[in-house]
Design a protein around this ligand. Structure first.
Ligand SMILES: CC(=O)N[C@H]1[C@@H](OP(=O)(O)OP(=O)(O)OC[C@H]2O[C@@H](n3ccc(=O)[nH]c3=O)[C@H](O)[C@@H]2O)O[C@H](CO)[C@H](O)[C@@H]1O
Ligand SMILES: [Mn+2]
Length: 312
């Protein structure tokens, strides 16, 4: 279904294009990089030679300067449907403190309650665009609908307004720097629950062959979260949307909705950067020693109260 050869060639060209910007970052003051020392408690590279990003594997000054040369426009696509508008204020306020500070960022807030979008003072080059979407009776429909609405907003506006895009859960707050080290053609975040010692057959991938998100037990690299992911405005959103529509036609819903389709996509279209669970932790879980920094975290919430049809 996918042609890896084309992907490899294309991604290499794109990675090189991204890195070429580094040649112009002269006269910056930073510690000399070493070929001998670095973190030894984690693996900082995938088996397709993409960076696996952890605190201590990059110099924030250097990496921000590289990407600043491009001065990219970054779109943050979020959904706040129904009672989830309550999460907007903290998300945006902390985003202004920690998310790509100094870069051009637009928050595309998809909501059915436009009057509940808070007025937050934003930094220079940053703005909020509100996109109306219908209300939902099932939380699953919001989660699945994200792909559809994101695809529509990309086609209508984001395509002309942004270079990179991030899709994020709104029930999250930033606690620490989330900078240009996260930018790439296709960036995906390791799910905090399965990043250590989980054999691939235990990943919560979709296992029913009837679903388009099906992954057999003997395949898989990592289990990625759907709550933070991004990259260029590529085909991934459209792919996940179309696959979930196919599933609906066949009267099946993937076990973890869009997350299942996303994991399928990323298995056959390898991300050009993999971000460690620093890039999405959870306030429910204690922080282990290898997570040196929690950059963004899912809030503790009362599922039954906040979701239209309760439950988890
Ligand atoms: C950390 C993580 O792995 N997150 C995943 C997990 O999240 P969660 O269990 O945290 O799901 P969630 O309740 O946060 O829903 C995902 C997102 O959909 C939006 N929303 C949802 C319901 C609603 O009534 N209104 C609304 O606006 C909102 O932006 C929210 O952040 O499971 C979901 C469903 O499978 C998605 O895969 C999430 O990405
Ligand atoms: Mn969430």
């Amino acid at each position: 279904m996918f042609c890896m050869c084309n992907f490899d060639k294309m991604s290499l060209i794109l990675i090189e294009t991204e890195l070429n910007f580094s040649f112009s970052c002269s006269r910056l003051k930073y510690a000399q990089p070493s070929t001998q020392t670095g973190r030894t408690d984690i693996n900082a590279v995938t088996n397709w030679n993409a960076p696996l990003v952890w605190e201590g594997t990059f110099d924030p000054v250097v990496i921000d300067a590289i990407y600043k040369k491009m001065d990219p426009r970054v779109a943050v696509v979020v959904f706040a449907v129904g009672k989830y508008t309550r999460f907007l204020k903290a998300f945006i306020e902390t985003g202004e403190k920690f998310f790509l500070v100094g870069f051009n960022v637009t928050y595309y807030i998809h909501t059915d309650r436009e009057n509940e979008v808070p007025k937050v003072t934003l930094g220079k080059g940053r703005k909020i665009t509100t996109v109306p979407v219908p209300s939902a009776n099932r939380w699953q429909d919001v989660v699945l609908g994200r792909m559809k609405w994101a695809t529509l907003t990309i086609e209508k506006t984001i395509r002309n307004e942004a270079d990179y895009l991030f899709m994020m859960d709104i029930d999250s707050v930033f606690y620490s720097r989330f900078g240009a080290e996260s930018l790439s053609r296709l960036s995906a975040v390791l799910h905090r629950g399965y990043y250590k010692n989980t054999p691939r057959e235990k990943f919560p991938y979709e296992r029913r062959p009837e679903s388009k998100a099906y992954i057999p037990a003997e395949e898989g690299d990592y289990y990625y979260t759907a709550a933070v992911w991004g990259g260029y405005l590529g085909d991934m959103y459209k792919y996940c949307y179309e696959m979930s529509e196919e599933d609906t036609k066949n009267k099946i819903e993937a076990v973890w909705q869009e997350e299942s389709h996303l994991n399928k996509y990323l298995l056959y279209n390898k991300p050009t950067k993999v971000l460690s669970p620093e890039y999405l932790w959870s306030d429910y879980d204690k922080v282990p020693a290898d997570i040196k920094v929690v950059r963004i975290s899912q809030l503790v919430k009362n599922y039954a109260e906040v979701r239209p049809n309760g439950g988890h």
